[in-house]
Write a protein that binds this ligand. Structure first.
Ligand code: 5AD
Ligand code: SF4
Length: 566
């Protein structure tokens, strides 16, 4: 049965909100006496709730009919906070607005709409946006005095989490599944001079029919939502249930950007490797989690899985590098690990968020694995994709000071880091989030200064390991995709190697083996670079020649055969 039909809609918040001061605007008071007014106010306070005035059916809203696309001439300024998924969401929102007659503004001063794509994952992320909102409200006041149009629009996770609590602060509140309603919300809010909101979560929206208008990066959304319910995490509440975008639509988008000359793509999703395309039938997989891993939800059946998706993409765009983020360790079947091994254009870099090295804390976090199961998976991946110089790079996320974390637990996390040796770790102090299981059931009992100290110790450990790994590249050749000017010097290029480490190299002429000429390096070139120095974050080296994924791979194969036979 199509998902559409089994969809039990979550509350739809799609109507314009005039509820904030509806007794002034919508209700005519016939009796003007003070008593009558008092009694009316009392009735109102006991009467229907806010939600009774805003629930409706999104399909009853005509999203674009009343907007004169050509004539409104409004411009929008984007600010994106948080993860790569938010960058992609901004591109989706921009595509929708562009089709509805909006242009892009290069600064706030010239914009009619400012759109904040927000993040709720930690309190700090929201604090930053509140500060920004205060600033934007002062700009709005100034603009209003000059009779200029200015709307503040909040999108993404914070819109979804705070919903009507944002009404007094912004003009439009639009959740992650409601971007198609954005032109309508902006229009109505502007017409009625009131705030408008749509924070409906959907079981099916993947924006498969919206081609994102690229702002800078090349990421393609494959998957949305999360069913895992890790006990600390707000994401399942702000991004809703898991859903996968149909495989064909992802492949089409990637082929299009490959035709435009883009050389690298990142497949995105909160749990991207839990991908399961059931739209076109087929697929023989029953969900089997990695050995030693379990989920809190029932095993899912059928559908094409992530290994099939990424292998198909790798076949279709052999000259493009492919990455994916963010995966969950539970979904690394051998098919996926072998795909990473076999395809030269799938990067040998896996993000494998551990969160903690203590089985007790992992259990409290509801991660679905123990320290031992995680370490076994690391060994298993490394046994399939081995080699110290073409070492599969692992990166991770860690949370310091989760509820009940003892000093011993923390030391276990440090020891796990030392055992695995990540080339990058994102470390965060635990931040209590409302609605989560940890909020309801556990105690946020690690003092702030202890959290901060442990957080710093995790960062120090990651830096030591990353430095050691990066020094291992010295005197090695690496294939670097050139991205931009180096931030430090216009005389240098900055790019990334296969393991996603930044590499700096001088701008100079080198031999292009495919064209048989000497030429300047350009953005988008794959360049063979001999590494001569390393820090924990960056490599530096000298360019040897312009290369390509295929040439590089043939060369490495030949080297491997030579090493083997000698
Ligand atoms: N506090 C701190 N870090 C968190 N993360 C998610 N929720 C929280 C929280 N409440 C981290 C996890 C996750 C990453 C995206 O953010 O490490 O993998
Ligand atoms: Fe949050 Fe866990 Fe889902 Fe990741 S897997 S988004 S940490 S609930």
């Amino acid at each position: 049965m199509a998902l559409r039909h089994v969809l039990k809609r979550t509350t739809i918040w799609s109507r314009i909100i005039v509820g904030r001061n509806f007794c002034n605007s919508n209700v005519k008071l016939t009796s003007k006496t003070k008593n009558d007014l008092e009694s009316f106010k009392n009735k109102l306070s006991e009467g229907p709730s806010f939600s009774d005035f805003v629930q409706g059916n999104a399909s009853s809203i005509n999203t674009t009919a009343s907007i004169d696309k050509e004539k409104h001439g409004k411009s929008v300024y984007f600010e994106t906070y948080g993860c790569q998924m938010n960058v992609n969401d901004t591109e989706v929102a921009w595509s929708i607005l562009n089709k509805n007659g909006y242009s892009k503004s290069i600064d706030i001063a010239s914009a009619n709409v400012v759109l904040l794509m927000t993040c709720s994952i930690r309190e700090g992320a929201e604090t930053k946006i509140w500060k920004r909102l205060n600033y934007l409200k002062s700009i709005k006041k100034l603009k209003r005095r000059k009779k200029e149009n200015f709307q503040i629009c909040i999108l993404g996770c914070m819109a979804e989490r705070l919903k009507k609590d944002l009404l007094d602060h912004v003009d439009v509140i639009c959740g992650p599944d409601a971007y198609k309603d954005l032109p309508n919300l902006l229009h109505k809010s502007s017409m009625l001079g009131a705030s408008a909101m749509n924070v409906a979560l959907s079981l099916e929206e993947t924006y498969a029919d919206v081609t994102p208008l690229r702002l800078n990066e090349s990421s393609v959304s494959a998957f949305a939502g999360c069913d895992n319910m890790c006990s600390y995490c707000i994401v399942p509440f702000t991004r809703g249930r898991e859903r996968s975008r149909p495989m064909d639509s992802i492949i089409n988008e990637i082929e299009q950007i490959a035709d435009q000359g883009v050389k690298e793509v990142t497949l995105l999703g909160q749990n991207v490797n839990s991908y399961r395309d059931t739209s076109s039938g087929g697929g023989s997989y029953v969900t089997k989690t990695s050995s030693g891993f379990r989920t809190i939800y029932k095993p899912k059946k059928g559908g094409k899985r992530f290994a099939e998706l990424i292998s198909t993409i790798a076949d279709r765009v052999p000259d493009m590098r492919i990455r994916f983020t963010s995966p969950h360790p539970k979904d690394f079947p051998d098919e996926l690990i072998y795909a990473i091994k076999e395809y030269p254009n799938i990067c040998k870099q896996i993000h494998l968020p551990a969160q903690s090295g203590s089985s007790k804390v992992l259990d409290d976090m509801r991660r679905g694995y123990t320290r031992e199961a995680y370490l076994e998976l690391v060994d298993h991946i490394r046994s399939i994709v081995p080699g110290i110089k073409t070492y599969i790079a692992l990166s991770s996320d860690f949370i310091a000071g989760f509820c009940g974390e003892t000093e011993e637990d923390h030391l276990e996390t440090l020891s796990l880091m030392k055992l695995v040796k990540y080339n990058y770790s994102f470390c965060f102090p635990y931040s209590l989030r409302g609605k989560t299981r940890a909020y309801h059931r556990l105690n946020d009992d690690v003092p702030q200064e202890v959290k901060s100290r442990r957080h710093m110790e995790l960062i120090d450990q990651f830096r030591k390991d990353a430095l050691e790994i990066n020094q291992g590249f010295i005197n090695e050749e690496q294939l670097v995709l050139i991205e931009c000017d180096s931030k430090r010097s216009e005389l240098d290029w900055a790019g990334r190697n296969d393991q996603n480490v930044k590499v700096i190299l001088p701008k100079q002429e080198v031999y292009d083996s495919e064209k048989g000429i000497q030429r300047n390096i350009e953005i988008g070139d794959f360049v063979a670079v001999k590494i001569n120095s390393a820090t924990s974050q960056t490599l530096k080296g000298d360019p040897i020649r312009i290369s390509s994924i295929r040439e590089w791979n043939n060369l490495k194969d030949a080297e491997r055969i030579n090493n083997y036979s000698s």
